[in-house]
Every structure is written in C-alpha cells, then in structure tokens.
Write a protein that binds this ligand. Structure first.
Ligand code: FES
Ligand code: FES
Length: 155
C-alpha cells in the first residue's frame, strides 16, 4: 500500500504517494526528476547518492523515501543559486576536482557539509570529511585541492 509523504527539496515542497520500500535515492531521481543524485553501490559505500537531510549528510540509498516525510532535503541541484555555480562547484572546476563526474555531486555535498561544520579545515580534516565518498578517477589530490580552494572562496 502506498504512503503519502511531504518533503521539502531544495526549498520546494512535494507531496507524493510512494511505495514504503522505495529508496530515497530512487525517489529523488525517478519521482522528483532530480538526477544529480547518483546511484552507485546502493549499499552505503560509495557516497554517490549523498544528500543533506535536515542539514545532515546522509546516503540516500540507505534510507526509504517515507523516512524523509516532513523533512528538508538539499540535493546538488539546490546548491547553485540563480544559475550561478556555488563557490564549491567553482573550486572543483578550477582545481580539476572531477573527471567523469559520477562521484562529484556527492563529493560536493560532502565538502559543503564539512565546510559548514569546519570552515578552515586542514588537509587531514578534508580527507576525513570526504572518506565516505569514493572517486575512481581523480586520485583525490585535486579534490582535496578543490576543497581547500572552496574554503578560501567561502571566507
Ligand atoms: S549509492 Fe549510496 S553509497 Fe553508493
Ligand atoms: S570523477 Fe569519476 S568517479 Fe570521481
């Protein structure tokens, strides 16, 4: 039996009927059409599906859509304002912090969460903050540089 949920995503409220076992990642992509939330491992290992739920970084493949009922979500689509890239997005472009881009939305949201909690992170803080997000392409150096640059831009 479907359940009606109400979720605010990137500032807009949606009311949807969902199967109780629908994954939150699939809800965002298929019901809402926000395909910037990527799906990789579906077991909580890769971080491609990372989003902010009520301000906390979570892996949306580990939650069912009804668990977001009444809550607020930020996806990568909500980070850019008025068509302009967010400073973290700019820093990733500037520092070559992405190649194929599959990990990038989750990586940027993890960086956003880290910089909200710690605006002046050390390299170790950055590596620890991003340890739940895997990248198969970059070797991580450029991602770490991008987060350092983003921290400067956000000061
Ligand atoms: S798809 Fe969610 S952590 Fe990999
Ligand atoms: S840029 Fe390809 S997985 Fe990270």
């Amino acid at each position: 039996m479907k359940k009606t949920i109400q979720v605010t995503i990137n500032g807009r409220t949606y009311t949807e009927d969902v199967e109780p076992r629908l994954l939150l990642a699939h809800f965002l992509r298929e019901n809402i059409g926000l395909t910037g939330t990527h799906v990789g491992c579906v077991i909580g290992e890769c971080g491609a599906c990372s989003i902010l739920l009520n301000g906390r970084l979570v892996k949306s493949c580990l939650l069912f859509a009804p668990q977001a009922d009444g809550k607020e979500i930020l996806t990568i689509e909500g980070l850019a304002a008025n068509g302009a890239l967010h400073p973290i997005q700019e820093a990733f472009v500037q520092c070559y912090g992405l190649q194929c881009g599959y990990c990038t939305p989750g990586m940027i949201l993890a960086a956003h969460y880290l910089l909200m909690k710690n605006p002046d992170p050390t390299e170790e803080d950055i590596r620890k903050g991003l340890e739940g997000n895997l990248c198969m392409c970059t070797g991580y150096m450029q991602i770490v540089e991008a987060v350092k640059e983003a921290a400067k831009k956000l000061k």
